[in-house]
Write a protein that binds this ligand. Structure first.
Ligand SMILES: [Zn+2]
Length: 432
């Protein structure tokens, strides 16, 4: 069966394939990885007890700490002579997490990322300007090698050097941009400042974005300012890298490559599985990975899965764009707040840009939230009437949507620091 057929298999057939691959993966990790032998035994389950996909919920979770505890190669199921690539994610605390890929794994990765490109309508005549960071991070090379395999022309520009990137995009005739959404917006901002005509100086027709939770407002803004179609991919190095899921032209949700990964949604507090349509923490079990298969890996990303059929004909379940990470969630006065929700409200207020920063702090014993937002460059900060109108509208919107109070501070366009990778949206100054 080729890769394309998997995308629209009847569910029963897909599930039969998943079960067989899950069973193989379970015996593989149980027999080859001491960590899994131990965690399966502790959970009182043997690989042969996995008789249906429902049994998945009996298997133990894997968490990032397990990867750190087995640093660097303790969770690998192949010897290093079979490994052709290493990636790792920077740990802000302690050791990074390391993943390896066999030649077979690279084939799977190119295949699923290739699907994302095809869903976006791209083909060998496209020119991809790849502004994802190259290096240990999976973004740059993940986008790169699948595009090259498809015969696209890849410009491996990596991050940074905004003005130079714009020159290359124009001169080399990029038709597709691969970057984080905030960098795409930053590129547009600089381009306008430097006098480019975004729609006529560039040949861009689509963008494949990922690696950050964003609001629908920011997506629309990028589509509008660049005059392109917004496509999205989701991925994480522990599971594979970009390409784990991707959006099609008919849905803003992302089809999951279920022939390679089984997604689940769990209650982040209790760990209990949640049904389709309910929001919770995304968990993945890899079922084709050779070098480092992971059982029920907790991503900490919050989303919802949908099983309704999609107009594109694919039968793969869809996940909503990541709402936030359980790590990024701020608790303000007992209320859960995600930066993407704040962003959504900002997008609805006229006169504001989507450059903002949330600062959580304490006032006495109470939580307080400052929200610094840049106004659009067409707006005068000295117009007091307009400023108080915008402030009120934003404060009201946040109170109505999120049930928290925000102290809104409007700042001039270009004041807040720009990120060339993942945007920093939150500063939490509260102790502990
Ligand atoms: Zn679809």
């Amino acid at each position: 069966m080729d890769s394309v057929q998997f995308e629209s298999l009847p569910r029963e057939e897909l599930e039969a394939v998943q079960l067989r691959r899950l069973q193989e993966t379970c015996s593989r990790v149980y027999n080859l990885v001491p960590h899994y032998k131990e965690s399966f035994d502790k959970a009182g389950i043997k690989p042969e007890d996995v008789k249906s996909l429902k049994d998945l919920s009996k298997l133990p979770f894997t968490i990032k700490q397990d990867m750190r505890d087995n640093y660097p190669y303790g969770l690998f199921t192949v010897s290093l002579d079979k490994v052709v690539r290493i990636h790792s994610s920077s740990g802000t605390t302690g050791k990074p997490t390391v993943v390896g890929y066999t030649a077979e794994d690279m084939k799977s990765w190119n295949e699923i990322m290739g699907r994302v490109y095809r869903m976006a309508g791209l083909n060998s005549s496209d020119i991809l300007h790849n502004a994802y960071g190259y290096g240990l991070f999976t973004g740059g090379l993940g986008f790169h090698s699948a595009a090259e395999q498809m015969g696209m022309t890849v410009v491996p520009s990596s991050g940074g050097f905004t003005s130079r990137q714009l020159m290359l995009m124009k001169d080399y005739g990029a038709t597709v941009l691969g970057s984080t959404p905030t960098f795409a917006l930053h590129l547009a901002e600089v381009a306008l400042k430097e006098g480019y005509d975004l729609k006529n100086d560039f040949k861009l027709r689509a963008g494949v974005f990922g690696a950050e939770p964003v609001s629908p407002g920011l997506k629309e803004e990028i589509e509008k300012v660049w005059g392109i179609q917004y496509f999205e991919t989701y991925g994480l190095s522990e599971i594979m890298g970009p390409g784990v899921s991707g959006s099609c032209p008919y849905s803003k949700h992302l089809h999951v490559a279920e022939d390679h990964f089984i997604p689940e949604i769990i209650d982040p507090e209790t760990g209990d599985p949640l049904p389709y349509g309910e929001r919770g923490e995304l968990v993945f079990t890899t079922i084709t990975k050779q070098a480092i298969p992971l059982i029920r890996y907790r991503t900490k990303d919050l989303t919802t899965l949908f099983s309704e059929p999609c107009k594109c004909g694919r039968t793969l379940v869809r996940m909503e764009s990541i709402v936030g990470r359980s790590d990024d969630m701020l608790i303000i006065g007992g209320v859960n707040v995600f930066p993407s929700q704040i962003e959504h409200v900002i997008a609805e207020v006229e006169g504001l840009s989507l450059n903002y920063i949330i600062i959580a702090d304490k006032k006495g014993r109470l939580d307080k939230m400052d929200l610094e937002v840049e106004v659009c460059d067409t707006i005068e900060l000295s117009d007091d009437t307009l400023m108080s109108k915008i402030k009120n509208e934003l404060r009201e919107g946040i109170r109505n949507h999120l049930y928290v109070n925000a102290n809104v501070i409007l700042v001039a366009n270009g004041t807040l620091a720009r990120s060339e990778g993942k945007a920093v949206r939150v500063i939490d100054k509260r102790p502990g």
